[in-house]
Design a protein around this ligand. Structure first.
Ligand SMILES: Nc1nc2c(ncn2[C@@H]2O[C@H](COP(=O)(O)OP(=O)(O)OP(=O)(O)O)[C@@H](O)[C@H]2O)c(=O)[nH]1
Ligand SMILES: [Zn+2]
Length: 215
């Protein structure tokens, strides 16, 4: 895929100050972002997250999925390591887009699981492609990554796209009563490595703003 680097800036967050890099896909005009911290171009493997956009989880505090929790944890882990990258990829709803994801949620409200809902709408279970990742990492001087994910298909897709994934780092956060059956379906039908066992019963989403209270 042809992707053009556009500009970089600072991005202060509750976790620390990242550098934000903006990219534009040729053809589609899709805008992707990479957040980096530390020296990522020294040739050593870089702690990395390739995060698929989830407006509902990432921005609207949804507890239907684990996306928002994973995004927070990935940013926190990179900041703690002092070095890493988070690719924020505009492939909402596993590639079907926001409005189709809302259609899929409507079907899930009526009993379908996340895979059945996609299929009832005429989509595959996962319509994402990761071909923007290698050119984005290349632009940032990143040679190899330690990928934070529970999704073995993502590891394979990135490797197939030419990314040197030297390690998978588990990212198991955010399980709650609202997303438990969704996570079970991800494990059983999409192959995610996710712990089973008792669901934490708390309804709270561990928002960043609450973390100081616990410290
Ligand atoms: N179509 C659809 N997309 C969903 C649903 N729930 C979350 N998503 C999208 O799924 C994507 C995240 O995919 P996941 O399978 O949760 O995670 P992953 O990135 O493949 O795996 P991890 O790296 O372990 O997080 C985001 O684009 C979300 O918008 C759903 O019920 N239906
Ligand atoms: Zn989500």
């Amino acid at each position: 895929m042809s992707i053009q680097f556009i500009a970089s800036s600072k991005l202060p967050t509750p976790f620390g100050v990242f550098t934000m890099h903006g990219f534009e896909e040729a053809g589609t005009g899709k805008e992707h972002v990479a957040l980096t911290m530390g020296d990522v171009s020294d040739g050593e493997p870089v702690l990395a997250r390739a995060h698929s956009e989830c407006l509902t989880g990432d921005a609207l505090f949804s507890m239907r999925c684990d996306c928002g929790y994973q995004l927070e944890e990935a940013l926190r882990a990179v900041a703690e390591a002092g070095r890493g990258v988070v690719l924020y990829l505009r492939q909402e709803g596993r590639g079907i887009g926001l409005l189709n994801k809302i259609r899929a949620y409507n079907l899930q409200d009526q009993g379908a699981d996340t895979v059945e809902a996609n299929e009832q709408l005429g989509f595959g279970a996962d319509m994402r492609n990761y071909s923007m990742c290698q050119p984005m990492l290349d632009q940032l001087g990143i040679k190899a990554i330690r990928l934070m994910t529970n999704n073995p298909r993502k590891v394979k897709a990135l490797s197939d796209a030419g990314v040197d994934v030297v390690e998978r780092v588990p990212l198991e956060v955010g399980r709650n009563p609202h997303n438990d059956s969704y996570l079970k379906t991800k494990a059983s039908k999409l192959g995610h490595y996710l712990p089973q066992g008792d669901v934490p019963q708390s309804d709270d989403r561990p928002l960043i703003s609450h973390q100081d209270d616990d410290a």
